[in-house]
Design a protein around this ligand. Sequence first.
Ligand code: NAP
Length: 205
Amino acid sequence: MLHPGKWRLEVPHSLDERKGGRKNPQRPIPYMRVPDLGSLSRSITLGALGMPGLTAYYGLLDICQPKKGETVLVNSAGGAVGSLVCQIAKIKGCTVIAFAGSEEKISWLKNELHLDHIDFKSAKSPLVDAFILKKDLKIQGFHAFRWYIRWWNDTSTGGFHQMKQWIQEGKIKCRETKTKGFENMPRALLGIFKGENIGKAIVEV
Ligand SMILES: NC(=O)c1ccc[n+]([C@@H]2O[C@H](COP(=O)([O-])OP(=O)(O)OC[C@H]3O[C@@H](n4cnc5c(N)ncnc54)[C@H](OP(=O)(O)O)[C@@H]3O)[C@@H](O)[C@H]2O)c1
């Protein structure tokens, strides 16, 4: 069983528990059985087929509702969520302008994800503020788990299934920055706060 929103594997005592047992029957426990992933690595359920994938998929498609031919600007494009947003936007026929904070990230975005335009450095770029001001854009916050049920429960057109299909078709590439060994966990964690990971940061124990 996997809880895709948290960095852990857990096994509830029974399937009934996951359907809402334990203390509060009104509040289902969001454990799901890891579905058949074919040849894909299990770690992908922590990245493109887990919380970051859910965030990228619905955050872009539900909130931004991009239309073919539009331009999508992605900040922190080399990270777990950003790299997926870029690729989903491309699939939807958008022009993607990506910002990333290292030469290695830029090289990956350019040479492997084939984005339209990539620029150095991101989050605090005044360019981003200028875009927001000039284009009269709105800023909206969200919590990705609002789409949790849809992600898992939608039929073949739903987020999880759609993302899985795109990955299997090679339309979405998933990169992981893997740290090996439990003892190296602190280093991996610190790396996240320095933007060191490209794609999803994974610790293999
Ligand atoms: N609202 C939600 O429900 C939701 C869900 C998932 C994620 N998030 C948020 O979305 C963001 C991206 O998540 P992620 O999983 O893609 O994270 P990630 O893989 O760690 O990527 C984060 C990126 O942020 C950039 N960054 C800028 N300043 C940084 C700094 N001081 N320290 C570290 N990184 C810095 C880095 O890109 P550059 O090197 O290119 O600057 C880094 O690659 C995070 O802020 C996360 O909390 C929100």
